[in-house]
Design a protein around this ligand. Structure first.
Ligand SMILES: C[S@@+](CC[C@H](N)C(=O)[O-])C[C@H]1O[C@@H](n2cnc3c(N)ncnc32)[C@H](O)[C@@H]1O
Length: 230
């Protein structure tokens, strides 16, 4: 028999609200170190669908060999994105995250060929990864206090020309400033001829709201870009 979820929505909400005290990326990553063990179960309680929404967006546009494709999963956490992409036929994953405890769980999943501990914003992605990945994906980590907007340039750099970059962000009130800055950067990079926008999907029932000011579901967005050929 499957074990029953032990955490209620109220208890998960309290955990997430405690993370709002984290102001720096390092504080946030320490929060993930302490949350790692309960993460998968708790995000199920939140109805967190971003990994499957991102995987579906990539899957509906990717036309190459899924088995051969190499996917870079940035801020991979415990591995929920790779799990969804594997379900859709993708076979090779490299993961990066700033939290050792989250990476330990990603390692246990057996889905990743390689996993790297890295604090994005403080450390850059390895230069030898330039033009290397068929798909680069970042889910649940583009928000204030997590991964800085400037990192999206590195995601693009690591992608093969003709490859895809998929990113998600929340559209609720406390993330609107970050979301605005992110969209300006995405547009700026398009104007510089680095990539082109394939689709932007705004999703109303993104995940259950946890802040005192919101109830029901908050909205979010999936961005899919294609790196231009040189
Ligand atoms: C909400 S989880 C998302 C994990 C996974 N992508 C998913 O959708 O389940 C956010 C992840 O981003 C990582 N993270 C946050 N800020 C980071 C940073 N600056 N550098 C590296 N990892 C970071 C955290 O450690 C955590 O594993």
């Amino acid at each position: 028999m499957m074990s029953a979820a032990t955490n209620t929505f109220e208890s998960v909400k309290a955990v997430i609200l405690s993370a709002h005290k984290s102001t720096t990326s390092r504080d946030k990553v320490n929060f993930y170190n302490s949350w790692a063990e309960n993460y998968d179960q708790d995000v199920t309680v939140l109805d967190y669908r971003a990994p499957s929404l991102a995987a579906n967006s990539i899957s509906s546009h990717f036309s190459g060999s899924r088995e051969a494709a190499v996917v870079l999963d940035v801020a991979c956490g415990t591995g929920l994105v790779a799990k969804q992409m594997k379900r859709l036929g993708f076979g090779h994953f490299v993961g990066v995250d700033g939290s050792e405890a989250m990476l330990d769980l990603a390692r246990d999943s057996g889905l990743y060929q390689d996993l790297k501990l890295s604090m994005l914003g403080e450390e850059t992605l390895p230069v030898q990864w330039a033009d290397s990945f068929d798909v680069v994906v970042i889910v649940g980590a583009l928000s204030a206090g997590q991964v800085p907007v400037a990192v999206v340039r590195e995601l693009c750099k690591s992608t093969k020309p003709g490859g895809y970059i998929c990113m998600t962000t929340r559209s609720n009130r406390d993330n609107l400033e970050y979301k605005g800055a992110l969209e300006r950067e995405l547009k700026q990079m398009e104007e510089e001829g680095l990539w082109s926008c394939v689709e932007v999907t705004e999703v109303e029932d993104w995940e259950r709201a946890v802040s005192e000011q919101e109830d029901g579901y908050i909205s979010g967005a999936v961005y899919l870009y294609k790196k231009l050929q040189l």
